[in-house]
Design a protein around this ligand. Structure first.
Ligand code: NAD
Length: 253
C-alpha cells in the first residue's frame, strides 16, 4: 500500500531534503509551502522523477483558512495520509536582545513557528486518528523539526528558542495522547544546517568546522535530516515514541 507524507515547508532547505529522501523510499508527497505553485514547479517536477506522486498545497500555516485548505486538499487529492512532517518555520526577522524584542516580531514568529504548527498538527492528528479507526494495520507517525534552540538559550533569539521549546513539549504531549492509537510522535533537533536560513550566520561556525571539531568536519546538510526522518518512519525503533533526535554533528556540545 502506497504511503503519503505531508511535509510543511517542503520545497526548499531541510523540508526539501526530507522530501527527496522520502521520494526515494517510494512515499508519495503532499508538500506545503508559502510560495505560489508557479514558483515551485521545477522542484515538484524534479521530485516526480523518483516515480512518486507529488502534489503541492500552498498556504500560510499561521492562517486557519490556509490550514483548512491544506487538510481538505490532502483529503481530496490523496484520500489518505500516513505521515505529518512539521518542518515549516521562520528565523527571527530581527535579531534583538531578549530585553528589546518587539511584540510585532514576537507575534510574527510565534504565529508561524508555534501557534500555526500546533493547530495544523491538531487538525492533521485528528485525521490520522480517524483513519486509524478504520484501518488498524495502517502506519502513521508525526515528526516535528524543532532545533537545538529548544534547549540552548540564545539571548538574541528569545522568541525562536521559546517557540522551539514549545514545539518540543507539543511533541511530548502528543506522544502521550496518540500512544493509544499506535501513532508514534518524534522530534528532530537540527544543529546548524546549510540552508537559506543559515546563510548569514554560517561563518560563525566555520572555525569549528575547519578545525575538524564536528562530525566529518562539515556543516549539516538537509539530506542528513531527510535520512533521519526516513529512518524514524521505517519503524526500526519498536515501542519508541516521544523520542528526541539531535542532529548537530557535535557542534553544540
Ligand atoms: P528555509 O527558510 O530554507 O525553509 C523554510 C520553509 O518553511 C520554506 O519552505 C518556507 O516556504 C516555509 N515556510 C515559512 N513560513 C511559512 C508559513 N507561514 N507557512 C508555510 N510554510 C512556511 O529554512 P530551513 O533551514 O530549511 O528550516 C526548516 C526548519 O528547520 C525550520 O522550522 C527551522 O526553524 C528548522 N531548523 C533549521 C536549522 C538550520 O540550521 N537551517 C536548524 C535548526 C532548525
Amino acid at each position: 500500500m502506497k504511503k503519503v507524507a505531508l511535509i510543511t515547508g517542503g520545497t526548499r532547505g531541510i523540508g526539501l531534503g526530507i522530501a527527496k529522501k522520502l521520494a526515494e523510499e517510494g512515499i508519495d508527497l503532499a508538500l506545503n509551502g508559502i510560495r505560489p505553485e508557479s514558483q515551485v514547479v521545477e522542484v515538484l517536477e524534479e521530485l516526480r522523477k523518483s516515480g512518486v506522486r507529488v502534489e503541492y498545497f500552498p498556504g500560510n500555516i499561521a492562517e486557519k483558512a490556509d490550514r483548512d485548505s491544506i487538510l481538505s486538499g490532502v483529503k481530496e487529492k490523496f484520500g489518505t495520509l500516513n505521515y505529518l512532517i512539521n518542518n515549516a518555520g521562520v528565523a527571527p526577522r530581527v535579531r534583538a536582545d531578549v530585553l528589546d524584542v518587539s511584540e510585532e516580531d514576537y507575534d510574527h514568529l510565534m504565529d508561524i513557528n508555534l501557534r500555526g504548527t500546533f493547530f495544523l498538527t491538531q487538525a492533521i492528528a485528528g485525521f490520522l486518528v480517524d483513519q486509524k479507526m478504520g484501518m488498524p494495520d495502517y502506519v502513521f507517525a508525526i515528526v516535528t523539526v524543532t532545533s537545538v534552540s529548544a534547549k540552548l538559550a540564545s539571548t538574541n533569539r528569545a522568541a525562536y528558542c521559546m517557540a522551539k521549546a514549545g514545539l518540543s513539549m507539543m511533541s511530548q504531549v502528543l506522544a502521550v495522547k496518540l500512544a493509544e492509537f499506535d501513532i508514534p510522535v518524534y522530534e528532530i533537533q537540527p544543529g546548524v544546517i546549510e540552508t537559506d536560513m543559515t546563510e548569514k550566520v554560517k561563518a560563525v561556525y566555520h572555525k569549528r568546522i575547519e578545525n575538524g571539531l564536528t562530525l566529518e568536519a562539515r556543516m549539516g546538510q538537509p539530506e542528513d535530516i531527510g535520512k533521519a526522518v526516513s529512518a524514524l518512519l521505517r519503524g526500526d525503533l519498536p515501542y519508541a515514541t516521544g523520542q528526541i533526535l539531535a542532529l548537530d554533528g557535535g557542534m553544540m556540545v
